[in-house]
Design a protein around this ligand. Structure first.
Ligand code: PLP
Ligand code: COI
Length: 339
């Protein structure tokens, strides 16, 4: 299928050059028609608001080479809508859904050879990026914006499949303020998580769990994914908080959980509840579903879930969502969009 010398089964989650990205510029109150660009660099004004004041947002979604050989995108309209919310929150020119969809389709079509083959477990990661590229020196929104969509083949973010991982809570760090930017996807949220992530990495722990910034009583989310927990009495529990990113994956899993007969509870979740859960997991585009079998907070280590493997119900959720994405199962909800 492809002439590229890529080991599709060992992709990991790393930057890879592909043929091109697509780039649009917003000037004089309107977006241009977009261009495919092969260069990996962009000329940028030294006073661009993205550089100085963090007017920068991104999205993350995936396209899959399905069983029938066609390439399909997983729920792109949800990412388009979230990027509009993010743009509004930090006063950037929004990209409407038709333009977002056009950009995603054009860049995928131009990079089709980079979509991992069916059966390898890989996907084409799609990374839309929107930022203030015009100059300001006072704290005001730019008048020029750039919208880029780049793509690259990826494998799993962590170890892959349903292999459990460790997580850590650092009470010295918050990711987002109670009425801050946690519910939108701005670059600054990831800057806030960088130092605790580096601390964790040095301890050999792949993920950081953030608590509500006001009291450190409730669970918000992981630095790169939402928090979900399954209970012994067949409940799917996930935090309801203003400070967490509304995850497309989480919404899909809630739907699938209901279809599997589970009760879905979206509510404030106290950290103290952790020992009562049958399973805890991280969910998101990059991490898919990754179980968490150990959470460290201060001197205390909480062990969660079965000693080995994972709960059969979590496996079922994982199998259902991945089958929809690869075309191994029916797409009853119409979640997959043709390129
Ligand atoms: N939470 C954070 C902080 C994220 O970065 C992501 C990844 O996009 C998610 C949650 C999961 O969101 P989604 O399922 O839409 O990828
Ligand atoms: C994604 O899952 O798309 C994310 O945005 C997580 C990421 C920061 C790698």
């Amino acid at each position: 299928m492809s002439e590229l010398s890529i080991n599709w089964k060992k992709l990991g989650f790393v930057y890879r050059r592909t043929k091109c990205h697509i780039r649009y510029v917003y000037r004089d109150g309107e977006w241009d028609g977009g261009r495919l660009e092969e260069s990996e660099t962009i000329p940028l004004h030294v006073a661009a608001t993205a550089l100085h004041y963090g007017q920068a947002a991104f999205e993350g979604l995936k396209a899959f080479r399905c069983r029938d050989g066609r390439v399909r995108i997983f729920r792109p309209e949800m990412n388009a809508a979230r990027m509009v919310d993010t743009a509004r929150r930090i006063c950037m020119a929004p990209v409407d859904e038709p333009m977002f969809m056009e950009a995603v389709r054009r860049v995928i079509k131009a990079n089709l050879e980079y979509v991992p083959p069916y059966g390898t477990g890989g996907a084409l990661y799609i990374r839309p990026l929107l930022f203030g590229s015009g100059p300001q020196i006072g704290v005001t929104p730019a008048v020029e914006y750039t919208f880029i969509v780049m793509v690259m083949p990826v494998g799993s973010y962590y170890r892959g499949g349903l292999k459990p991982m460790r997580a850590v809570v650092y009470d010295e760090y918050d990711r987002s303020a109670p009425l801050g930017l946690g519910n939108v996807k701005v670059g600054g949220n990831y800057a806030a998580a960088m130092a605790p992530h580096e601390l964790a990495r040095r301890e050999g722990i792949p993920s950081v769990l953030f608590l509500d910034a006001r009291e450190h009583k409730y669970i918000d989310e992981f630095g790169t994914s939402n928090f979900i927990a399954l209970t012994h009495d067949n409940k799917y529990v996930t935090p309801d908080s203003h400070s967490i990113l509304p995850s497309v994956t989480n919404k899909c899993l809630q739907r699938l959980a209901k279809e599997l007969g589970m009760t879905v509870e979206r509510r404030p979740v106290e950290f103290e509840e952790i020992p009562q859960f049958a399973t805890v997991a991280a969910c998101g585009t990059a991490v898919v579903i990754t179980p968490v079998n150990e959470i460290t907070r201060g001197q205390t280590v909480y062990r969660i879930g079965p000693e080995r493997g994972c709960l059969p119900i979590l496996q079922k959720l994982y199998d259902r969502i991945t089958a929809i994405q690869t075309g191994d199962g029916p797409d009853d909800h119409g979640w997959m969009k043709e390129v």
